[in-house]
Design a protein around this ligand. Sequence first.
Ligand SMILES: [Zn+2]
Length: 323
Amino acid sequence: MDMDELVMAVDLGGTQARIALIDRDLEIRTRSVEPTRAREGAEPVLGRLIQRMDRLGSDVGWDRIPAIGVSAPGPLDPQRGVILWVPNLPDWRDIRLTERLGRAVGRPVFLGNDANTAALAEHRLGSGRGHSDMVYITVSTGIGSGIISDGRLLLGHRGLAGEVGHMILEPNGPRCNCGSAGCLEALASGTAIARQARDLVAAGGETFIAELACHDPDCITARLVHEAATGGDAVAVELLRRAGTYLGLGLVNLMRLFNPGLVAIGGGVTNAGEFLFAPMHATIRERIGEIYWQHCPIGPPALGGDVCLKGAAILAWDGLADR
Ligand SMILES: [Zn+2]
């Protein structure tokens, strides 16, 4: 085994495309960060990405780089290495990513969706170390997630498992981005909280959310709802209580299905803290026996902004070992 080997990790995010060379201890040696400019279309983005990968690989020598790991937005098919589509980017459909990148740089490429790569890294390096069963959830514009079960990332038949955000909790609930309705994401994500706040303001609810948003509905965000709640606004507190209750219901279902020993829950919306977490914990205690939750801490993830890069590196190292 050549200890000087490095894998190339790519984190193809909505705003930034990050590339790094990462060693076996999962330390980042070199990195390059540029804007993704995803709206320009899949082809130009991939063209620029391949150029950058080639430059970085040539700098250290491709003979030291046995594999590439890629974290990308889903839904995607990790086995075939295809990005199926990307919400809100119509041009990003059926992109045969591993084939394209692999052909360009002559190395095997391993692909995972961003929430799954984050879950892998959090499990291996963050709060999940030592746990064989954990759930990772990030609540922001949407709700992303990954499930580690019996020490392995749960992928399912076509790699589409572990989509906590699309558990249906209200059959007649609001429409969801996935085409269904009443999913956890449509009830408790930042987008969902902001939409509910806008509806209440439009209906003339007694709240100072409208003032905080300078009476511009487009300025109403989950962060602003949190700000209103902190100032004692009862409508805002109720909005966050509802979202927290739905998160609690989602966790109850997950606890029954996977019996995790840890839940790592983060993302911008969780900055609302106890406004969200108190009703979440209350719901869990109400709905499921303590055998499920008394030894299952629920807390923030430990890793920061490099989580998907590190997860992509884990994909590459594990992928090589499995070959
Ligand atoms: Zn959905």
